[in-house]
Ligand binder design. Structure first.
Ligand SMILES: NC(=O)c1ccc[n+]([C@@H]2O[C@H](COP(=O)([O-])OP(=O)(O)OC[C@H]3O[C@@H](n4cnc5c(N)ncnc54)[C@H](O)[C@@H]3O)[C@@H](O)[C@H]2O)c1
Length: 319
């Protein structure tokens, strides 16, 4: 199988392109990324067991995409502008890349006879849900709280509408917030950002009422395993699946960090920050297919802090 990964240099993609090499069925991996986030290091030391090809391309460039998609069996579409908090400032650009760019990828897949398209979306398409968020929730529960999440929801529609067009089958995976390190790691999102701030001696700024609010999180390895799981099920098209390792209050993340950084400083603010709503995401639909998450929040925090241990060992720098 030849798999093309858009955004393959990013946090999730950099691990996925490595783990694809361990699959018996994959013989070639094309990494399609416009280098907008400059994660060249994600291409270092790739395993020698499959053929890799890197294409410096933008998902909005139909001609470049068409050329890259020729002969591809399956696409994992990860390319996006992913900083939800920053998306308010650049909402038109986010809409263009995350929604129109996805429509370009869908059109390219149909035109080039790709058989499978897996689209990682986000659990932030859910709004302040009453109770538990499920894939078949009423439309009122789908209330994206940022331009980023709104564009992902619109992109989901484009992906699902194409299921069954020609030979193409499409699946959307709604990922919780990713934690855990990878070669192309980024630190915009909750757990990773707090870990980095803790390791660099910065105080964590937390909205006072948010500590006990529950949100969905996803270990990086579970995200990659869920993609591989769907790649092995090419007939599972036209569906949305929530993918979460755990639903947890922010207090649990702070405790996990504090167990390694006892001097952790938390500054409480009364200013309401972005997207601070409490909800639990149900992943029983994916579990019913046989997928069992195996990640662990405390381990993900420990693994990230381990990479940053040189900073922790140094302690605070004297003024
Ligand atoms: N990380 C999370 O917490 C999380 C949670 C839910 C869903 N997701 C989704 O998973 C996907 C991957 O997330 P990530 O954390 O790996 O993101 P990331 O920001 O680390 O990586 C995105 C990659 O896409 C590339 N890219 C951006 N715009 C592009 C364009 N126009 N053309 C080609 N390449 C482009 C970037 O250079 C980057 O390498 C995204 O679609 C994101 O919305 C991520």
């Amino acid at each position: 199988m030849h798999v093309l990964v858009t955004g393959g240099l990013g946090h999730i993609g950099s691990q996925l392109i490595r783990d694809l090499a361990a699959s018996n069925t994959v013989r070639q991996v094309t990494v399609y990324d416009d280098l907008s986030t400059q994660r060249y290091g994600a291409l270092f030391n790739l395993p020698p067991t499959v053929a890799y090809r890197f294409v410096d391309g933008n998902i909005l460039d139909a001609a470049s995409l068409a050329a890259a998609l020729a002969g591809v069996d399956a696409v994992v579409h990860l390319a996006a502008i992913t900083n939800a908090e920053g998306s308010f400032e650049i909402s038109a650009q986010v809409q263009r890349v995350n929604h129109e760019g996805t429509a370009c990828v869908v059109a390219g897949c149909v035109a080039q006879g790709v058989r499978q398209l897996i689209f990682p979306s986000t659990t932030s398409v859910y709004g302040p849900v009453q109770g538990i968020a499920r894939e078949d929730c009423p439309p009122a529960d789908l209330q994206p709280q940022s331009p980023y999440a709104a564009a992902k929801l619109a992109a989901e529609h484009a992906v699902l509408a194409a299921d069954g067009t020609g030979v193409l089958r499409t699946v959307c995976l709604r990922f919780g917030t990713i934690f855990g390190p990878s070669a192309g790691m980024r630190f915009h999102t909750a757990v990773n950002k707090f870990v980095f701030q803790a390791a660099t001696g910065q105080p964590l700024t937390v909205w006072r009422e948010v500590e006990q609010l529950v949100r969905p999180y996803l270990a990086l390895q579970d995200a990659v395993r869920a993609i591989l799981f769907m790649l092995a099920r090419p007939a599972a098209g036209g569906e949305i699946y929530n993918v979460v390792t755990l639903n947890a209050p922010l207090a649990r993340i702070l405790d996990a960090i504090r167990s390694h950084v006892p001097a952790l400083q938390v500054e409480y603010t009364n200013t309401r920050l972005l997207n601070q709503v409490s909800f639990t995401v149900d992943d029983s639909k994916l579990r019913a297919l046989g997928f069992v998450p195996s990640g662990n929040l405390e381990q993900g925090v420990a693994d990230t802090l381990q990479l940053l241990r040189g900073l922790l060992a140094a302690g605070p720098v004297a003024p």
